[in-house]
Write a protein that binds this ligand. Structure first.
Ligand code: HEM
Length: 239
């Protein structure tokens, strides 16, 4: 695939990612700003549960919406200060949203399997965010980018979770034995692992492969140079 075609494909993917991130934020977050919810039958009687969802959903939605723009190199180069400020807002939002989710996960009635998935997500979300911050403070730009891809892939679990849930609801129509709880659990685990795997693929394609290609080319050129020098030396010996 040529470089131009590859670049066009990345823009298409970026567009899809951005539209779905903004769409999920626009649909799922605003109800929590006005005391509502998108979850039918959400148990508001559990102490602190609803408040923790508000404190979780609002900054999480902000992080989800900011994220795609942070990956655009042109924006970052043109407005580096805006990138820094948005990056700080993003990471602070992740910390607040993760802390609130830790409480929601403890008291939720969604079941043990989901609680385990949520705590894994929270730990990975905080760890990758901390690594992204640490690497940029040390000036390790490439590593910062890698950790941010990993971190945003976890933020994006909010999108894939809901897409899988939607697909699961369709599946329930043709598979009556399937229950909503099973769909919810499977969607949470699939979004966690699926996004982590896709993030590694992106990291290899966007960051490591170009480096490896460049290094491969310079090693190849070096080998050719050595061979030429060797041949010239051999010719000189014969003379
Ligand atoms: C990746 C890290 C995230 C974790 C660990 C996490 C965790 C949670 C947990 C534990 C709940 C309560 C679910 C229940 O009781 O069954 C929840 C609900 C919710 N989360 Fe997250 N979440 C994350 C990311 C996000 C993002 C990025 C958004 C942005 C839209 C978001 C928006 C919401 C909303 C709106 C709810 C309320 C339920 C709903 O209306 O669908 N979360 N989250």
């Amino acid at each position: 695939m040529s470089r131009d075609v590859r670049r066009r494909w990345w823009w298409v993917l970026w567009g899809l990612l951005t539209v779905s991130a903004l769409g999920i934020t626009a649909v799922f977050v605003p109800p929590y700003l006005v005391g509502g919810t998108t979850v039918p039958g959400l148990n508001r009687a559990i102490p602190g549960y609803y408040v923790s969802l508000v404190i979780h959903a609002v900054p999480a939605g902000l992080a989800l919406a900011i994220g795609p723009f942070q990956f655009v190199t042109r924006l970052r180069l043109r407005w580096p200060r805006a990138h820094r400020i948005a990056g700080r807002v993003y990471l602070i939002s992740v910390v607040i949203a993760a802390a609130a989710a830790a409480y929601s996960s403890a008291v939720t009635e969604s079941g043990f399997s989901l609680q385990v998935a949520f705590y894994l997500l929270i730990a990975a979300w905080l760890y990758t965010g901390a690594m992204a911050y640490r690497t940029i403070r040390r000036g390790e730009v490439r590593l910062h980018r890698i950790w941010m891809i990993r971190n945003y892939a976890l933020t994006f679990a909010a999108v894939t979770l809901r897409l899988y849930q939607l697909a699961g609801l369709q599946l329930m129509e043709v598979w009556p034995a399937l229950e909503y709880q099973q769909v919810y659990i499977a969607s949470a685990w699939a979004s966690l692992f699926g996004n982590a795997v896709i993030a590694e693929y992106f990291i290899i394609q966007r960051t490591l492969a170009p480096l490896a290609r460049r290094r491969g080319r310079s090693e190849h050129a070096g080998q050719q140079r050595e061979e030429l020098v060797g041949q010239a030396g051999g010719a000189g010996d014969r003379r």
